[in-house]
Design a protein around this ligand. Structure first.
Ligand code: UD1
Ligand code: CA
Length: 453
C-alpha cells in the first residue's frame, strides 16, 4: 500500500532555550526535521505532510526544498489533534506513518519492520527502557496482546512499573486512523487529545494491534534539550565512523572525526585526528588526510597528501598532489595532478597546472597557471583594484622569483623568469628574464642615528 508520512513538528521546544525552533536545530549540520524528512523519502513515501506550529514560518522557509505539504496546527492540543490536522491533505487510502520532527535517527530497517504485514492493523513501535519515566506505557493483557497505552501522568503506581514504552511512532491505514481519532476526547490529566488513545479504541473494535521494536533505543529518542542533541550527535558520528572503517578507511581515532554531509571515501584512505568533513566530500584511494583538516564540498583524488591544519572548500584536487601544512584552498580552486601547495598559502578561484608548485607564504587568486611553474615564497597576485577582480595568466615553465607582485590583469607567457622582488604590471613575452627592482646602492661610512642622551 502506498505510504503517507505525517511528521509532527509543532512543539515549542522550550527546553532548548533558543530563538530557533527545536526542529531546526542541527544534527550533523542538518536540521532535525530534515533527518526525519529524508527517512520518509528513503521509505518511498508518496506524500509527506509536516504539521508545524510554533515558529512555523521559519521552519517552512528553511525547509522549502522539501517535497511536502505544510499544515499548521494553530493550537497545540495534543498529538492526536496534531495528526487530525493532516486528514484534509492526505490520501486516506494510504498507510499513514506518524514520525516526529525531533526524533532524528530512526532507521529505515526499524520502520520497515513496523510497516511489514501491517495491513488492516494498527502498528506501534515500542521499546523497553530501564528508566521508562515520562513515557506512555504499553498495556498488555494476559495473552500479551496490547490493550492500550497509558501516559505517565495518567498511570497508576503499578502501571508506572511497566518498562515497555510507546515511542509515539505508529502506522495505520488513513481511513482507520481517521475513524479512530474521530472518537477520542481530551478527558485526561493534561486536557490533551492523545494520539495514543486510538489503541484502546482499536482493541475494543477488534482491530489487531501489531508491535515492532527498533534495533537500538537511540533510534526513537527525541531531543528536548541541548544535552540530548549532543548525545545523539555523538551516536550519529560514531555510526558514521564505523561505516567508514567497515568500508576500508583507516581512522586514527573514530571518536575524533565528524562527518556533516555525504562523505564518499575510498578504501585505504588514512584520516588523522580532528577531521571535519562537511557537505559532499569525495576522497580517492591512498590519500592521506593529516590532523585538524576542515574539508567542505570538495573532491580529492588518489594518493594525495593533505598535511596538517588545512582548510579546503569547493576545491578539486587531482591525483598525487601535496597540500599544506596550513594551506587554505578557497572556492573554485583546481589543483592539477602532481602539483604542490605548501605552508601558509592561500589559493582562490585558480587553476594550478600539472606539476606546478606554490610552496611558501603566497596568495594566488583569479589565476590560470600552466604546467611546471615554480612560484617563489611570498608571491602575491594583486587581483583586486578596490572595485573589480582581475585575472592573472601564467604560462608553462614560468619561474616566479620570491616576493613578486603580479598586478592583474597581467599575462606571463611560457618560459618566463621573473627575478625576485618584481612588481609586474605589464604583460611579459615568452622566455625572457624580467627584473623590476630599483638598483642597489651602497653608501659607505654610514652612521646610524643615535638616541638623544
Ligand atoms: C508522547 C506520547 C507518549 C510517548 C512519547 C514518546 C502521546 C499522548 N504520548 O508523549 O506515549 O511515550 O510521546 O516520546 O502521544 N506535538 C505536536 N502537536 C501537539 C502536541 C505534540 O506537534 O499538539 C508534537 C511535539 O512537537 C513532539 C511530539 O508531538 O514532537 C510529542 O509530543 P509531546 O507532547 O512531547 O508528547 P509526550 O508527552 O512526550
Ligand atoms: Ca505532552
Amino acid at each position: 500500500m502506498p505510504l503517507s508520512v505525517v511528521i509532527l513538528a509543532a512543539g515549542k521546544g522550550t527546553r532548548m532555550k533558543s530563538s530557533t525552533p527545536k526542529v531546526l536545530h542541527k544534527l550533523a549540520n542538518k536540521p532535525l526535521l530534515e533527518h526525519v524528512y529524508d527517512t520518509a523519502k528513503e521509505l518511498g513515501a508518496e506524500e509527506v505532510i509536516v504539521i508545524y506550529g510554533h515558529g512555523g514560518e521559519v521552519v517552512k522557509n528553511t525547509c522549502k526544498h522539501f517535497d511536502a505539504k505544510w499544515v499548521e496546527q494553530k493550537k497545540q492540543l495534543g498529538t492526536g489533534h496534531a495528526v487530525m490536522q493532516a486528514f484534509d491533505s492526505l490520501n486516506l487510502n494510504n498507510t499513514v506513518l506518524v514520525l516526529y520532527g525531533d526524533v532524528p535517527l530512526t532507521k529505515k530497517v526499524s520502520l520497515d519492520a513496523l510497516l511489514k504485514d501491517a495491513e488492516g492493523k494498527v502498528s506501534l513501535l515500542s521499546v523497553n527502557l530501564d528508566n521508562p519515566f515520562g513515557y506512555g506505557r504499553i498495556l498488555r493483557n494476559q495473552q500479551n496482546k496490547v490493550t492500550g497505552i497509558v501516559e505517565q501522568k495518567d498511570a497508576t503506581a503499578e502501571q508506572q512499573k511497566i518498562q515497555e514504552v510507546n515511542t509515539g511512532i505508529l502506522a495505520c491505514k488513513g481511513e482507520t486512523l481517521k475513524q479512530l481519532l474521530d472518537k477520542i476526547d481530551n478527558k485526561n490529566s493534561q486536557g490533551e487529545y492523545y494520539l495514543t488513545d486510538i489503541f484502546e479504541l482499536a482493541e475494543k473494535e477488534n482491530i489487531e494491534i501489531k508491535t515492532a521494536q527498533p534495533e537500538a533505543s537511540y533510534e526513537v529518542e527525541g531531543i528536548n534539550n541541548r544535552l540530548q542533541l549532543a548525545t545523539l550527535e555523538r551516536i550519529f558520528q560514531k555510526n558514521s565512523a564505523a561505516e567508514l572503517m567497515t568500508n576500508g578507511v583507516t581512522l586514527a581515532d573514530p571518536a575524533r572525526i565528524d562527518i556533516r554531509g555525504n562523505a564518499d571515501i575510498s578504501n585505504d584512505v588514512y584520516i588523522d585526528i580532528n577531521a571535519v568533513l562537511e557537505g559532499n566530500v569525495k576522497i580517492g584511494t591512498g590519500t592521506n588526510i593529516g590532523p585538524n583538516c576542515f574539508i567542505i564540498n570538495s573532491t580529492i583524488g588518489e594518493n594525495v597528501n593533505i598535511k596538517a591544519n588545512c582548510v579546503i572548500e569547493n576545491t578539486t584536487i587531482e591525483n598525487n598532489c601535496v597540500v599544506g601544512p596550513y594551506a587554505r584552498l578557497r572556492p573554485e580552486t583546481h589543483l592539477s595532478k602532481n602539483s604542490k601547495i605548501g605552508n601558509f598559502v592561500e589559493i582562490k578561484k585558480a587553476n594550478i597546472g600539472e606539476g606546478s608548485k606554490v610552496n611558501h607564504l603566497s596568495y594566488v587568486g583569479d589565476t590560470e597557471m600552466g604546467k611546471n611553474v615554480n612560484v617563489g615564497a611570498g608571491t602575491i597576485t594583486c587581483n583586486y583594484d578596490g572595485a573589480n577582480k582581475h585575472k592573472t595568466i601564467i604560462g608553462d615553465n614560468v619561474f616566479v622569483g620570491s616576493d613578486t607582485q603580479l598586478v592583474a590583469p597581467v599575462n606571463i607567457a611560457d618560459g618566463v623568469t621573473i627575478a625576485a622582488g618584481a612588481t609586474i604590471t605589464k604583460d611579459v613575452a615568452e622566455d625572457v628574464l624580467v627584473i623590476s627592482r630599483s638598483p642597489q646602492k651602497t653608501i659607505s661610512g654610514w652612521e646610524r642615528p643615535k638616541k638623544k642622551p
